[in-house]
Ligand binder design. Sequence first.
Ligand SMILES: [Mn+2]
Length: 399
Amino acid sequence: MLLSEEKTEASSEKSVSEDYPITLQRLLQPDLEKVEALRQILYRHRGDRQLVIMQDFPDPDSLSCSWAYKLIAKEYGISCDIVYAGALSHQENIALVKLTGLPLQRWTIQSLKERDLSIYQGCILIDNQGTTSQLLPCIRNAAIPITAIIDHHTSQGDLQAEYTDLRPSTRATATIFTQYLQSGLLKLDSSIGEHVKCATALMHGLRSDTDRLMQAQEEDFLAAAYLSRFYDAQLLDAVMQASRSKRVMDVIERSLKNRMVQNNFSIAGVGYLRYDDRDAIPQAADFLVTEENVHTAVVYGIVHDEDEELEVVIGSLRTTKITLDPDEFIKEAFGQDGQGRFFGGGRMMAGGFEIPIGFLYGFNESQDYAKIKWQVFDTQIKQKLLQLVSPKDNLLHND
Ligand SMILES: [Mn+2]
């Protein structure tokens, strides 16, 4: 090979243009020898169970690539557990994991004592070389061989693995993995939800390690171009917008699970939430309205504030339909209270409502009571909304 990785390691600021034809050649045919070597190793280990070890504070690059590896390995009957010892600290990472259902496990050092590590025939280090993981020494003590190291950090020492793909001049491990996919280790299929979500995660990993592509090189752009055929732009957008707490994410998750879509309206009750998290309701509505064929989303829940001894139903409406006036819609749906005040109103594209719970405040320390109370409000609100959404069948037929 004319362009050796050693050269680029020595001078990482190499100019791409000076060896353009060779680079392009390499980009279009990404290191087939390496891919072939990995294919053979996967084949040799078919049926194995492996551990994919991430750094203690996984970032989008390591999260997405670990997932991509798991999906590739599955093609060879290898089942992988993706583990990390530290914490998912950044909101965006929590969002990425939540919204894509990225399969990972947190293993504390203490919990290792109770684990049977003998079920694993190998481990894989992705986007790290073990130096940033507390888990690796224990894994090594358990005599689990290192099957592969795939990383773009500069070499951290002489850790031996059956397969090593270290590319210090590559900006993101996601670029390496995208090239693996492109070379046919796993044929992405945009009709498979998991593939779309993994491609979205890889796009996020690639973007985040290249400062939103500002630092990207040609091979990263080519990788992004390939991923663009499969990824879900709206899902990525939702991940990127996230500076949300875990509890907020949980509310959004509930809204996704509970939503009912009728006549282009998406309606979701999310149950109880803390006062501090009330902002999760409009955020959930923002998210639900991005669904295909939905123009208006309404999300509501019972917000409770123990200090104030207060419970109130809070709801949010978001619409992209120009002809729908949120203010009018909410006033018509919920009407007025005993004093003639409306329960809510709105502005362009958005609206909200608050319905006091008053006398029914409190849980009586009974889960059943809380549940019944929620069902009553949930049913009533849905019914009011459905009278406007589909006037003909305003009774609740669904369960
Ligand atoms: Mn990385």
